[in-house]
Design a protein around this ligand. Structure first.
Ligand code: NAD
Length: 502
């Protein structure tokens, strides 16, 4: 630990920033506690590789305590049976608390994850505010239906209601730590569930701060518990725990499959938001200036560490050179640096391991004969940086084309007609997102229908909203997040049928 950077619970960072650190503890049953094993996990600034704080290394025992606390809170029914409008008011209060602490949360996210403060202020924090605000309104609208049963000719009154699924275990990744935690917590709270959340071991800080703000906003103790720790220990223990009714997971496809296997043991409900290898499709009639910048941001935003990153580019042959050159120019103009520098466009990757993984893919790309149009190095920085990189004309079988890299690496291929590009775009085990750039409306919508993806954007990319269901097909996941559909994944349907005596 670099003690010189820490004083009075605050991080005295670069550019004269002082960031209040959340408790270096876990939240269980309303108490801030150490881990049972007394161990901790260092938290590092990926821009400087300096360790600046630590969090508890949660164990099986801690997960058990947290699940029991969440179960007690669920059975006390003080949350699920609270007047729906009052429950909504507390969720709205959480939105307001996040808004009031936007600057602090953005700085914390930057030190923890590496992303720029302006990115966190423009994307991560508003996404968290919006989902709590949106879900607050749902508490008083989760109704049911009357079933018009034919039955055996006697009179029945039959209705179906939505009940909270129970105690949910939520596991989130490191790329959008605050926003991903918010996308999990807000619908679960709106549905009346209680929660044990496990943030990524790499980026635990904003989830802890969010939990602190939720308590200040009036959330009853035990409704939200946060256990920090490694996936193999705390994460696995959460998935195995018999006291958990549902697991909501966002992360890699590899771990998602492992979770499904474990959860099959007691048939826990599972929703999965997994990896992607999304395509950008640019037709020659598109507004090429917008399409070029759009496709560049679609891969390089957040240094490519985005599940919906459009990492495969397909461009109609007659404008291919022009577009690839334009994206390369944009990539070269994106300044790499630490996230507190207002000039920085791309921060570092989250960890040494992630940097090595991405550099290893770049090496594989070179070895398989793909042409490096730009990038390919670390940019000569001390932190975990990787330059925005473009490969042209790779073999469709190359690992850089087939596997999710989760870094700033784009592969570009020309196409001649729609059938060819749709086939190539769908030639992946993933199916999270896609974007299409064209001025031809019919072509845009017809192509959207043919793409195997949970989300398709036309002449834009990455426009997510709490009202619009998000999630993938194929190996990109099960279920949808946010929107009404995302909310309903935190409920079970109960049908009640009564025979009426005539
Ligand atoms: P990861 O799968 O390694 O880890 C995600 C979370 O799971 C972490 O909290 C980790 O501690 C935990 N975990 C790891 N092993 C576990 C296990 N055996 N049991 C239970 N929990 C375990 O993913 P990552 O590297 O943190 O994140 C990157 C991945 O997340 C990428 O594949 C990306 O596409 C995906 N992602 C998807 C979405 C989406 O909405 N579809 C959003 C963001 C990230």
């Amino acid at each position: 630990m670099n003690a010189a950077t820490i004083a009075h619970g605050a991080l005295h960072g670069d550019a004269g920033h002082e960031v209040r650190l959340p408790p270096a503890r876990m939240l269980i049953g309303g108490e801030w506690v150490e881990s049972a094993n007394g161990r901790s996990i260092d938290v590092e600034d990926p821009a400087t590789t300096r360790v600046f704080t630590s969090v508890p290394d949660g164990s099986v025992e801690d997960v058990d305590r947290a699940v029991k606390a969440a179960r007690r809170a669920f059975e006390a029914r003080s949350w699920a049976r609270m007047r729906p409008l009052d429950r909504g008011k507390i969720i709205e209060n959480i939105a307001r608390k996040i808004e009031e602490n936007a600057q602090e949360l953005a700085l914390l996210e930057s030190y923890d994850n590496g992303k720029t403060v302006h990115h966190a202020l423009a994307v991560d924090v508003p996404a968290a505010v919006d989902i709590f605000r949106y879900m607050a309104g749902w508490t008083s609208k989760i109704g049911g239906q009357v079933n018009p049963i034919s039955g055996d000719g006697q009179q029945y009154h039959s209705y179906s209601v939505r009940e909270p699924v129970g105690v949910v275990g939520q596991i989130v990744p490191w790329n959008y730590p605050l926003a991903m935690a918010a996308w999990k917590i807000a619908p679960a709270l709106a549905a009346g569930c209680t929660i044990v959340l496990k943030p990524s071991e790499l980026t635990p800080l904003t989830a802890l701060r969010l939990a602190e703000l939720a308590l200040e906003a009036g959330l009853p103790e035990g409704v939200l518990n946060v256990v920090t720790g490694y996936g193999q220990a705390a994460g696995q223990a959460l998935v195995e725990h018999p006291g958990i009714d549902k697991i909501a997971f966002t992360g890699s496809t590899r771990v998602g499959k492992q979770i499904v296997r474990t959860a099959a043991e007691d048939l826990k409900r599972v929703t999965l938001e997994l990896g992607g290898k999304s395509p950008s499709l640019i037709f020659a009639d598109a507004d090429l200036e917008k399409a070029t910048l759009g496709a560049a941001l679609a891969i390089f935003f957040n240094s490519g560490q985005v599940c919906l990153a459009a990492s495969r580019l397909f461009v109609e042959r007659k404008v291919y050179d022009e577009v690839v050159e334009g994206i390369a120019k944009a990539a070269q103009s994106f300044k790499l640096g630490h996230g507190r520098d207002p000039e920085t466009m791309l921060g570092p990757l989250v960890s040494r391991q992630q940097q090595s993984r991405v550099l290893d893919y770049i090496e594989q790309g070179r070895n398989c004969g793909a042409e490096v149009v730009t990038g390919g190095g670390t940019g000569g920085k001390d932190g975990y940086f990787v330059e925005p990189t473009i490969f042209a004309n790779p073999s469709p079988e190359a690992s850089i084309v087939r596997e999710e890299i989760f870094g700033p690496v784009l592969v570009a291929t020309p196409f001649d007609d729609i059938d060819e590009v749709v086939k190539a775009a769908n030639d992946t085990r993933y199916g999270l997102a896609a974007n299409i750039w064209t001025r031809d409306l019919s072509r845009a919508h017809l192509t959207a229908r043919r793409l195997e993806a949970g989300v398709v954007w036309i002449n834009t990319h990455g426009m997510n909203d709490p009202s619009a269901p998000f999630g993938g097909v194929k190996e990109s996941g099960w279920g949808r997040e946010v929107g009404e559909e995302g909310l309903l994944h935190y409920t079970e349907t109960k049908t009640v049928t009564a025979l009426l005596d005539e």
